[in-house]
Design a protein around this ligand. Structure first.
Ligand SMILES: NC(=O)C1=CN([C@@H]2O[C@H](COP(=O)(O)OP(=O)(O)OC[C@H]3O[C@@H](n4cnc5c(N)ncnc54)[C@H](O)[C@@H]3O)[C@@H](O)[C@H]2O)[C@@H](O)CC1
Ligand SMILES: [K+]
Length: 537
């Protein structure tokens, strides 16, 4: 696993390193060398343009330029000001040193001059704006960024693509789209989420010092990026000594006359993820439709109200069914009503591993008046509970219905309000987004996210079905529930990639993802067992 640090904590690590005798100047030199090294490693780099800003990110650039020059590369540094005019002491010193060593600067070029220069570059080193950037990009960097993106040269961003917030993952209107980002000390959340996923290219972490590893861990990472090898313990062990019941049995409670498909997809996904026996309980008026779609899955008709929404009259039947299975999913396409709130509440009180998704979560929000963290007794139970909210659902659970979290870090923070108030290891929250965070009381995990093809209606229902299936098969129970949730997200993402490969990234529908869950789970399993020599998808 790789630690991910908030920017303020990266700064604390920097301070801690200086206390351990590694000065900021030394760090800047190592950062510049690391950037130069990665640039040379790209191969075929004779002409490099280094675009520098006026802060320490620019300082890294001057060091990199000097290092590249010393290696015989033809380097040009594009700077808004003459080195002597740079106000920051460190950045000025390294700029002066580079010029003294023979690096030639181009000060405040016109757009035409810059375009000409970039047209001859094999690579561009982007050292304009780093973690000190905020707001919209001001001149001249907005123009420079446009020129870099239009140039077609390979772009290597130092620390963070200029224009991207390394904390929130939001890109300004002008933002470098890099082929590679060489980031210092540790991963930062904004590199992994939202716009960050589009603009960072491949990410290389340069630790800069031996002490960094332990200092980063001590700085309390906001999350951990998982590696495939982390999933070794949560993958179901292959065995032939099973029958359909011991492979895990699942009950899906959901659907409504308005949304029958969500529960059908969840049930199919549960079966495709390997549960041996899946049952769907859905409103009576749609049971026949559901059964027609689900030949292998028995469908139990439940009492409904006049709108075709499950009613509380079905509670006893649901609880009886729930007592007979390994895990239950509630919520898919269920709608919110007095009846569905009663069902969700009854299932939470039942001692069975449970996944709550979609309207099940909205029922939970209604049950707790939009303040789930204030009612820890609701989530405290003996059996595992996994909540799978997207950002709007998460907002409703923590009283922020109108202002749901709009970044990965905000979503992690909201999810933590719930898991920390619960305080137990039997609760995991899968905070879904363009990057999904799996949050438990001890840590938040960031599985490798899937492609944007997964941003399609029904994709969440599929994930919920997969999640309950994994839970039914025993993954995570008595072990690490958060890690199990991350594993399921990883398989879901992989299935999205497979479906996109087969059908084209824009064409994927949730049912296509269901069809390749098994192949995705096998592929992820193989990568986990035999990491050497297997390319990650
Ligand atoms: N944290 C660390 O340990 C290390 C940090 N280093 C570098 O230092 C960087 C941070 O340095 P700084 O704090 O000096 O910040 P930056 O260099 O990221 O940016 C600060 C400069 O950008 C300008 N700026 C801010 N917002 C702007 C906007 N919207 N439009 C135009 N200009 C804007 C500021 O006026 C200032 O001149 C890191 O990203 C990294 O590259 C490295 O030197 C090595 C170690
Ligand atoms: K940068």
């Amino acid at each position: 696993m790789q630690p991910v640090l908030n920017i303020e904590d990266v700064k604390c690590v920097e301070v801690a390193l200086t206390r351990e005798g590694v000065s900021v100047s030394e760090l800047m030199h190592r950062a510049g060398y690391a950037a130069a090294q990665e640039t040379i490693a790209l191969g075929d780099v004779e002409n490099v343009v280094v675009l520098v800003g006026l802060g320490n990110n620019g300082g890294d650039g001057w060091v990199a330029a000097e290092a590249l020059f010393a290696r015989g590369v033809n380097v040009k540094v594009v700077t808004p000001l003459e080195p002597d005019q740079i106000s920051g002491d460190l950045a000025r010193q390294v700029a002066q040193s580079a010029v003294k060593a023979g690096v030639s600067p181009l000060v405040g070029p016109s757009r035409d001059e810059l375009e000409d220069l970039l047209s001859t570059a094999d690579a561009v080193l982007d050292c304009m704006l780093g973690t000190g950037f905020h707001g919209e990009v001001r001149a001249p960097f907005d123009i420079w960024i446009e020129c870099v993106n239009a140039s077609g040269a390979r772009a290597i961003s130092v620390d963070v693509p200029s224009g991207l917030s390394a904390q929130t993952g939001r890109a300004a209107q002008a933002c470098v789209v890099a082929d590679m980002t060489v980031t210092m000390l540790s991963l930062k959340p904004g590199l992994l989420a939202d716009d960050g996923r589009d603009v960072c290219g491949s990410i290389v972490v340069a630790p800069l010092a031996e002490q960094t590893e332990h200092l980063v861990v001590e700085a309390d990472p906001v999350a951990w990026r998982t590696d495939l090898s982390d999933y070794l313990d949560v993958i179901p062990a292959p065995t032939q000594a099973v029958d359909k019941f011991t492979r895990g049995s699942v009950l899906v409670v959901g659907g409504s006359r308005r949304f029958p498909g969500a529960a059908i997809m969840a049930a199919r996904a549960a079966a495709r993820m390997g549960a041996g026996y899946v049952t769907l309980a859905t409103p009576a008026s749609v049971a026949a439709i559901a059964q027609a779609h689900l030949l292998e899955i028995p469908v139990v008709p439940l009492p409904e109200d006049a709108d075709g929404v499950l009613s509380a009259d079905g509670k006893d039947v649901v609880l009886k069914l729930a007592r007979g299975v390994s895990a239950v999913l509630v919520g898919s396409g269920m709608r919110i009503s007095g009846g569905t709130v009663a069902l969700v509440s009854a299932l939470i009180e039942q001692d069975v591993p449970l996944v709550v998704d979609a309207d099940g979560l909205n029922c939970l929000a209604r049950l707790t008046d939009g303040a789930l963290p204030d009612f820890p007794e609701v989530t405290r139970r003996n059996a595992p509970l996994v909540l799978t909210p997207h950002r709007r659902e998460l907002g409703r659970l923590v009283g922020q219905a109108k202002t749901p979290p709009d970044s990965l870090v905000d979503a992690l923070e909201d999810a933590r309000k719930i898991v920390w108030s619960d305080g137990g290891s039997n609760l995991a929250i899968v905070a879904k987004g363009s990057a999904t965070g799996c949050v438990g009381v001890d840590q938040a995990l960031l599985p490798k996210p899937g492609p944007c093809a997964l941003a399609t209606a029904g994709s969440g229902d599929v994930l919920a079905g997969m999640m309950v299936s994994a839970l039914a098969q025993g993954s995570g129970q008595g072990g690490d529930l958060t890690l199990m949730a991350a594993y399921v997200c990883e398989v879901h993402g992989y299935a999205g990639s497979l479906a996109a490969e087969r059908l084209g990234s824009r064409a994927v529908m949730a049912t296509d993802v269901i069809d390749v869950i098994g192949l995705a789970a096998d592929a992820v399993g193989e990568h986990v067992m035999f990491p050497e020599g297997v390319e990650e998808a």
